[in-house]
Write a new protein. Sequence first.
Length: 215
Amino acid sequence: MTITITAFERSPDGGQGMARDMRVRWAVEEVGQPYGVRLLSFKAMKEPAHLALHPFGQIPTYQEGDLALFESGAIVFHIAERHAGLLPDDANARARAITWMFAALNTVEPPIVDREVAEYLEDETWYEQRLPFIDERIRKRLGELSGRLGNADWLDGAFSAGDLLMVTVLRRLEGSGILEEYPNLSAYVARGKARPAYKRAFVAQLAVFTAAPTA
């Protein structure tokens, strides 16, 4: 059964791989599985057909036969459990990799998303007042993560789904100048982006944007 995921018809990021379908694309590429993509407009995302798959009207979703999933982290976890390559065989190492998946999404990502929301949606004066506090929270998390990573290539031995999610989360800081304050984290993200599976996923999602007609 072919995997089908949903993605933006016109990604707000201009095809730079920040949308969360990129996480799923990368995971599927890492485990060597074919997949199809169904592109959705913002209007279609709020219609009953899509809401039946994703009750919050977002992307991505994942369908394979009778199985339908939403939430990028849950989808990546499912892919990692079903196919070899993203979770270690050793039970303890596997548990640690899963812990890093949760850490990426629950501990590191929230203040980064807060920054994005403040930048794009809040009143300019309020944004300027809040930004130092948001950035302080981000730097606290990055400092802790940087200390834990140290000089290692990956978070816990070999590359895992934990690294996949963490790299995509940290990428959301590109252009802010904050990530560059932590050279080992910048190098960590660069290693993730250098993986062949990442490159294939990036090219595929960028092609959707560049091939789409201009509105």
